[in-house]
Design a protein around this ligand. Structure first.
Ligand code: NAD
Ligand code: DAU
Length: 356
């Protein structure tokens, strides 16, 4: 089996679902269930006998060691992180703790586990670190897209904490020989994304009749990738990536924020028409401090070495995403009113069943 950290968050939960859809190997999800972790994200796969869940913090090395000793995974796919740039601006400490220290603790536990494996299992072991294109900083309009050799220039506390974690992973390979892989991906969207991120926030605000807050002039550019395409790329790198290498993952789909918001309004008008449409709700608001202007990924290495290409187009996948949020009112309500947090209290709080 494999160990998936952060598997009850947006991308991690989609990865778990895809993992079980594509094969019969088991998985153990290790997640602290912060505000971004939600067991409802795993509702439809939760009953799989080969899916195990451990409520733990990656910063707790002992807890991670226990899971590794008990489950003996052949690989770790590391998603767990604080992931929202705006939150990192307001409170960077938790980002350093989880993304940097947490990755360090996980690497140390992984190294100990890997060293203890018999030779064949040791050779087959992989530590795949899921990272972001934000480590490369910001592009000007005419700059070429980020490739794997682009120098690191992180601009936000989030990006700096992820860059630091990438450096740790690289060093643990270089110094100790831990068989690592790193992926740096562009902006994801799709089902189960927490509505603090641009696309779900705009969909939900639009249908609730609230303002659609576009930062600055709305001309910042992101390179959008549907989440299941990201998951497929990670799986491809896990199985066939060269040890110690980095692979950039992107959708070759650059869009200005204002155009993304307009596309959401158009998709909503098609699926839930309302008189006058949704665009009148758009409001330009104060810019994000240090707001990166443009991200773009050159995913040529992944395409040429491992044959991966995105299978979704932005227009159809955005329409699917809008449909998902319209259809999943229970999930949305649970997230909006905080009900999903009660699961933690029920299972792990004072009222939880006690061990015999
Ligand atoms: P998310 O915020 O939706 O989920 C993060 C998950 O990690 C949650 O389940 C949370 O409970 C868990 N977690 C947080 N701190 C933890 C800790 N200390 N111990 C254990 N679990 C913890 O994030 P996401 O958008 O799914 O991103 C997943 C990963 O992918 C992150 O590493 C992020 O940097 C990276 N990434 C995200 C995007 C994107 O567009 N969302 C793009 C590229 C890379
Ligand atoms: O590039 C990959 C990164 O993409 C990931 O590593 C991060 O985890 C993920 O959160 C995302 O970061 P961004 O900052 O690009 O995503 P976000 O959805 O927060 O914002 C996308 C763009 O939209 C960005 O230019 C800021 C803008 N924005 C965002 C929000 C929430 C707005 O204009 N208004 C908003 O309300």
């Amino acid at each position: 089996m494999i160990l998936i950290t952060g598997g009850a968050g947006f991308i991690g939960a989609n990865f778990v679902r895809e993992w079980f859809a594509r094969g019969d190997e088991g998985a153990v999800v290790l997640d602290k269930l912060t505000y971004a972790g939600n067991m409802a994200n795993l509702a439809d796969v939760r009953q799989k006998p080969d899916l195990h869940f451990v409520h733990a913090d990656i910063c707790d090395r002992t807890a991670v060691q226990q899971v590794l000793a008990a489950q003996r995974p052949r690989a770790i796919v590391h998603f767990a992180a604080e992931s929202h740039v705006d939150r990192s601006i307001h409170g960077p400490a938790q980002f350093l703790q989880t993304n940097f220290i947490g990755t360090f603790e996980l690497l140390e536990a992984a190294r100990e586990h890997w060293s203890s494996l018999p030779a064949g299992e040791r050779d087959a072991f992989r530590f795949l670190h899921v990272s972001t294109d934000e480590v490369y900083g910001s592009l000007d309009e005419a700059d070429p897209a980020f490739c794997e050799t682009t120098p690191y220039a992180p601009n936000s506390p989030y990006a700096a904490s992820k860059a630091g974690s990438d450096h740790l992973v690289r060093a643990w390979h270089h110094t100790y020989g831990l068989p690592t892989l790193i992926t740096n991906c562009s902006n994801n969207y799709g089902p189960y994304q927490f509505p603090e991120k641009l696309i779900p926030l705009m969909i939900l605000n639009a249908i609730e009749g609230k303002p659609l807050p576009v930062y600055g002039d709305g001309r910042n550019v992101r390179d959008w990738l549907y989440v299941t395409d990201h998951c497929a790329a990670i799986q491809r790198v896990l199985e066939n990536g060269r040890i110690g290498q980095t692979y950039n993952i992107g959708g070759n789909c650059e869009r200005r924020n204002i155009d993304v918001v307009r596309a959401i309004c158009a998709a909503l008008s098609a699926q839930r028409p309302k008189p006058g449409g949704y665009e009148s709700q758009i409001q330009f608001v104060k810019d994000r401090p240090g707001h990166d202007r443009r991200y773009a990924i050159d995913a040529g290495k992944l395409a040429s070495e491992l044959g991966w290409r995105p299978s979704e187009t932005f227009e159809s996948a955005l329409a699917k995403t809008v449909r998902w949020y319209l259809d999943h009112t229970d999930w949305v309500a649970g997230v909006r009113d905080g009900r999903y947090r009660k699961w933690i209290e029920l299972n792990y709080g004072d009222g939880a069943p006690k061990p015999a």
